[in-house]
Design a protein around this ligand. Structure first.
Ligand code: BYC
Length: 471
């Protein structure tokens, strides 16, 4: 499964054997590069960046590290190794051989899932394109660019599926991916969180912690798909995704560490006079990014999700490890819903509750990292604890969208919400303060004062390595 880098489009799908597809992708490639130059990281296109590039899809040693100019990054098409005799593992077709071609009757929903997934990838690059100007260190700058080029590759992964399996419709969808723009009023990206801004590095780490983690759970569900090319694409994307969440978790962890150090040194929670980010502000950013990311799982009860499952297109997290009938026709699942003026948990048909179940897995995973940040505080003798807000807090999608719910899960009226909202969500003043901290630090081994240096460098390099240098 070694990747062929002699080809114009590196791949491990024998692209050269399918001339028609190769031509279609080669026609899309220059448009992609135009989009990258226009909407990718601003100012750094000619810099040499210490990037990893996939060289094989084997679990051990799949990556190569070296300085590369981002437009020269070898974006390509890499599918995880095929599994012998793979089957459809859930839904009505359970037990049938996994599909290598799109079953005609599922064409519409499958295309929709792939387009929704694909659209998030360039969106995140667009959201992050100005961050390079204000990087806290070369180490962090390199991590930003690594995330960006891999999101670009994830777009390639979905565009390959569209072009290879959906004919003309697929080619049109592939083109449309390069036309929508994050935050654009007339041609926005599809999902809410991907039209928000990522204006500063605190937001970037929160995004890579919370929103990329939605990516992990959505990709993991698609990696269970009965449509085998989608499953294999997502499986390899997940190996890249892990680094993005590492960037988020360690980024926030390093900010929390620096704040705790300043709190100890100056014996105060108000670390702003010392150039730190106070824990209340971190909590408000956390509340915001968590709430927009839980929206990405869709409605609590969704017939779309039930259909995707029954059709065998999108499974549950770790579907094949779950011990049940994998059809769920008679099963139930506990879902939190509004009843009268109270939020209560009720048993609902498990098929309709597929989104909510995935959201539960996601929330439990989010909490693990929050507890690791709390350990950073505890280890430094700080009593403050960060926490996830209630799932109904600040929602725009699903049954809580019309409600005002506090981070503790208490329903409040519009007036109380308006009064207290800014205790819970970033204020303009918070944003202005964070913006004031965003001064670029570009000398090797130097780190901005609001974030601790990382515990170690990348791929065995020291933390004062020149991870990005002018080309
Ligand atoms: N914003 O039945 P419902 C990633 C729409 S992140 C706007 O509840 P369903 C990444 C929905 O389309 C992972 N609209 O929804 C991370 C539907 O529209 P229609 C991305 C929304 O279909 C960081 C209606 O509301 N991958 O990879 O069960 C960096 C009713 O919805 C939203 C995927 O999302 C929203 N948040 O579930 C880079 C996987 N939510 O039918 C990358 C593919 C719902 O009324 N997508 N709507 O027109 C899916 O599985 C599903 O489409 C969703 C929604 C889970 C998103």
């Amino acid at each position: 499964m070694t990747i062929d880098y002699q080809e114009r489009i590196p791949n491990n799908v024998d692209l050269a054997d399918n001339r028609r597809l190769q031509r279609a992708l080669e026609a899309w490639q220059p448009n992609y590069l135009d989009w990258w130059r226009e909407m990718g990281p601003e100012e750094f296109q000619t810099h040499d960046v210490y990037l990893r590039t996939a060289v094989s899809v084997e679990a051990n040693g799949w990556a190569n590290f070296g300085h590369v100019k981002m437009p020269d990054y070898r974006w390509g098409i890499f599918l995880a190794k095929p599994e012998a005799d793979r089957r459809v593992n859930f839904g009505d077709a359970m037990g049938d051989p996994a599909w290598q071609e799109v079953p005609g009757e599922f064409r519409g929903p499958l295309r929709r899932l792939i387009v929704t997934q694909g659209d998030t990838e360039p969106a995140s690059v667009e959201q992050q394109r100005f961050l390079g100007h204000t990087c806290p260190s070369l180490y962090d700058l390199r991590n930003l660019f690594q995330v960006n080029v891999e999101e670009g590759r994830h777009l390639w992964a979905m565009v390959y599926l569209l072009q290879a399996h959906f004919g003309r419709d697929g080619r049109e969808e592939a083109d449309a991916m390069l036309v929508r723009r994050s935050g654009d009023a007339d041609r926005p990206r599809i999902l809410g969180a991907f039209n928000e801004q990522t204006p500063d590095w605190l937001s970037f780490y929160m995004f890579t912690y919370f929103t990329d983690r939605d990516g992990k759970y959505q990709l993991a569900s698609l990696a269970e798909s009965g449509f085998d090319p989608l499953a294999r694409s997502c499986r390899f994307m997940l190996t890249e995704e892990a680094h993005h969440m590492f960037v988020g978790e360690t980024g926030i962890g390093r900010i929390v560490q620096r704040t705790a150090e300043l709190m100890r040194e100056h014996d105060t929670a108000d670390v702003r006079p010392y150039g730190g980010i106070d824990l209340d502000t971190i909590q408000r950013y956390l509340n915001f990014h968590f709430s927009v990311s839980v929206d990405l799982f869709g409605s609590e009860l969704s017939t779309n999700a039930a259909n995707y499952y029954t059709m065998g297109l999108k499974g549950r997290y770790d579907e094949t490890k779950l011990k049940d009938d994998h059809r769920l026709k008679d099963a139930t699942y506990p879902v939190t819903l509004l009843r009268g003026d109270r939020l209560v948990e009720e048993e609902e048909p498990a098929l309709q509750a597929i989104n909510e179940r995935l959201r539960d897995d996601y929330i439990a995973d989010c909490d693990r990292g929050v507890q690791r940040w709390n350990k950073v505080l505890a280890d430094r003798g700080i009593d403050y604890r960060l926490g996830l807000p209630h799932r109904a807090f600040n929602r725009r999608i699903g049954s809580f969208a019309e409600l005002q719910v506090t981070p503790d899960g208490e329903l409040v009226n519009t007036e109380a919400w308006a009064r207290q909202k800014y205790e819970w969500l970033p204020t303009e003043e918070d944003q202005a303060y964070i913006a004031s901290l965003m001064q670029p630090v570009m000398a090797p081994g130097k780190y901005a004062g609001w974030i601790a240096p990382p515990a170690r460098g990348i791929h065995g390099q020291p933390i004062d390595f020149e991870y990005v240098r002018a080309g």
